[in-house]
Design a protein around this ligand. Structure first.
Ligand SMILES: Cc1cc2nc3c(=O)[nH]c(=O)nc-3n(C[C@H](O)[C@H](O)[C@H](O)COP(=O)(O)O)c2cc1C
Length: 135
């Protein structure tokens, strides 16, 4: 099974999850600036919200995708909203890319809010989640 990990992270919070997930599934965590170069069965796609929207880099990554993706598994961090599932889901739907119902979300630090998040326990949960997804 081919598994890939892509993420966008301005401040490093979502990267922490991406690294934990990538290690758990034996893939490399690359940013959304790096397009997929071959078909994949599962793509773990990490994002966050900045003033209510996902970053342009994530939008471009999805819109510009040229390979077959079996399914996208969303993961995200944010301070207030509960995940990027809906926003990313809308972008994927426009490209007819399937999205798994399962997702991983946790709080991400933002100024004085949620200091230290994602923490070690979040990273562990993310790794366990990813292992379960790939079976
Ligand atoms: C410029 C900016 C705008 C943000 N806007 C929101 C927002 O609208 N809603 C929210 O829940 N979190 C918001 N956040 C918090 C981020 O989603 C949170 O810090 C996230 O974990 C950042 O992930 P990253 O470190 O991977 O970039 C914002 C953060 C920044 C820096």
């Amino acid at each position: 099974m081919k598994v890939a990990v892509r993420y966008f992270s301005r401040g490093g919070n979502t990267k922490k999850l991406a690294d934990a997930i990538a290690e758990a599934v034996g893939a490399e965590a690359l940013t959304t600036e790096v397009p997929l170069s071959e078909d994949v069965d599962i793509l773990f796609l990490g994002s966050s919200v900045y003033a209510y929207g996902v970053d342009e880099s994530v939008k471009k990554f999805i819109a510009g995708n040229k390979v077959k993706i079996g399914k996208v598994v969303n993961f995200s961090t944010a301070a207030l909203v509960r995940s990027t599932y809906k926003q990313v889901g809308k972008l994927l739907k426009e490209k007819n890319i399937p999205m798994a119902e399962e997702e991983f979300y946790c709080r991400g630090s933002f100024g004085p809010m949620h200091k230290g998040k994602p923490d070690a326990a979040d990273r562990k949960r993310a790794a366990e989640f990813a292992k379960k997804i790939v079976g």
